[in-house]
Design a protein around this ligand. Structure first.
Ligand code: SAJ
Length: 439
């Protein structure tokens, strides 16, 4: 068969398998991105084989249970029972799927450099069994160029040709854990291919599972879309955090200013100050671009300044605790401080990169006796020490010399807090509009 024919046949075969849903999908990484994606692919009619390095995750999925907040176990059980979903730790089985979505973590190293080790490991595994007729889509958030510079050379070293024998694309994940309005299926999904044929094949295979696809001209464009989305948030959160410090120094209520600015029906988007920026996206994603641009001798000053301001907020709020105690003749050393909320944002259980962890550490470094209460986080381990959530009672509140509200969970009884706490530092302005409460 001529190369042109084989090229056409590889793409045509995948297009046909998309049309009749006989394409088998592989999802590498069954976390908060991979498992919801796998479920939408099953719902679209595909058969999905999930890959995960954790035997606990794999056994859980095969046993019909979900370890992901937004995926009900009932749905996993039904998919497994119908033979449409299974999971494995055996990466040799990557030869089986016609389409493979890589949804592995892309954390930052301690030096705030991209850690693409999980992407590289997945790439090596896919490469070992890459065959004619396979599509590979990277979904992990990463710096622009990753797909073309890391994945493409590895796959072409097999002798196969991209856009003819195999197909390669990037599609940024836009999963917002706990969001009841926007999910994997109804959130528009950006797609960029290494070649037009790659984009065509990726679009056809994702179409049945995703309501709106947004094709762009390259994998770099798709990689940058995601970074822009989250850098936009980081920079604007940094702006309102700086406004919070400005207003504090001017004796103005920053929340009143922001609420009033938000009445502008155009040209303004409300962000709110807080204890800092947590999560697996906003604190990390902008640094992926900053790192890439440093390799091109360009310093992304906006990104770095926003990151600095956001990273300084825990220190700022701990300073407000120290000032509050000081005004009551109490040293922070030996004072009992209760931290309300340790998750990185309201009504979720995720504490990754949470500013609450910095607040706790900074208070402990100043000699405070720190406890916490979080209705979604019963316990967690940090720096080798396990902390357990205290029950939120009048007694717990009265025993604290200061209560600092770090995560504004809906489940917290703020009337009880306002009534019983001697001193409150409210980083989220969740209590009624007033100066810092005191009794
Ligand atoms: N934060 C503020 N002020 C704000 C908004 C957020 O201090 O005005 C803080 C939050 O408390 C949190 C951090 O920033 O600690 C990140 O908050 P986030 O609302 O950006 O939530 P994330 O990290 O879950 O971001 C995700 C992102 N989703 C993806 O990357 C797919 C982001 O793009 C979404 O816009 C965001 O969810 C969302 O809107 O919920």
């Amino acid at each position: 068969m001529s190369r042109a024919t084989s090229a056409g046949s590889s793409a045509d075969a995948l297009l046909a398998k998309a049309r009749d849903r006989t394409a088998r999908f592989g999802v590498v990484g069954l976390g908060y991105v991979g498992l919801p994606l796998a479920m939408e692919l099953v719902r679209a009619g595909y058969t999905v084989l999930g890959f995960d390095s954790s035997a606990r995750v794999v056994d859980g999925v095969n046993g019909g249970t979900s370890h992901v907040q937004d995926v009900p176990s009932r749905a996993v059980a039904e998919a497994v029972k119908a033979g449409k979903l299974s999971a494995t730790t055996d990466l040799a089985r990557l030869k089986e799927p016609d389409a493979i979505s890589i949804c592995v973590p892309t954390p930052l190293s301690k030096t705030k450099d991209p850690d693409v080790s999980y992407v590289l490991a997945a790439t090596e595994s896919v490469k070992k069994s890459l065959r004619r007729g396979q599509l590979v889509v990277l979904e992990s958030t990463t710096y622009p160029g990753t797909t073309r510079e890391l994945l493409l050379p590895a796959f072409e070293r097999t002798g196969l040709t991209v856009g003819e024998d195999f197909f390669l694309a990037f599609s940024p994940e836009r999963v917002d854990p706990g969001n009841s309005r926007w999910n994997t299926r109804n959130t528009p999904k950006v797609l960029g291919g290494i070649t037009p044929a790659c984009l065509r094949v990726a679009t056809a295979l994702y179409q049945p599972a995703i309501e709106t696809l947004v094709p762009v001209s390259s994998t770099e464009a798709a990689e940058l879309v995601k970074i822009l989305e989250n850098t936009f948030r980081s920079v604007n959160i940094g702006l309102v955090n700086e406004m919070a410090i400005v207003c504090d120094k001017l004796g103005v209520d920053v929340w009143e200013v922001i609420d009033a600015a938000a009445t502008k029906p155009f040209g303004f988007m409300k962000f709110t100050p807080g204890p800092g920026v947590g999560g697996h996206c906003i604190p990390l994603d902008p640094h992926y671009l900053a790192w890439k641009m440093r390799t091109l001798n360009y310093r992304t000053r906006f990104i770095e300044l926003a990151g600095e301001i956001n990273a300084e907020m825990p220190e700022y709020w701990v300073g407000r605790v120290v000032d509050g105690l000081n005004e009551r003749g109490k040293a922070v050393r030996g004072s009992r401080v209760l931290v309300l909320g340790v998750a990185y944002k309201k009504d979720i259980e995720d504490i990754r990169e949470s500013p609450a962890l910095d607040v706790i550490r900074l208070l402990q470094q100043r000699g405070a006796d720190v406890d916490y209460h979080d209705p979604h986080v019963p316990r967690f381990r940090e720096d080798g020490v396990e902390l357990v959530s205290l029950p939120l009672t009048a007694e717990t509140l009265r025993r604290a010399d200061c209560v600092i509200i770090v995560t504004d969970h809906s489940a917290i009884d703020y009337a009880l807090v306002a009534r019983e706490a001697a001193l409150i530092v409210d980083t989220r302005h969740v209590l009624p509009r007033r100066p810092e409460a005191e009794r």
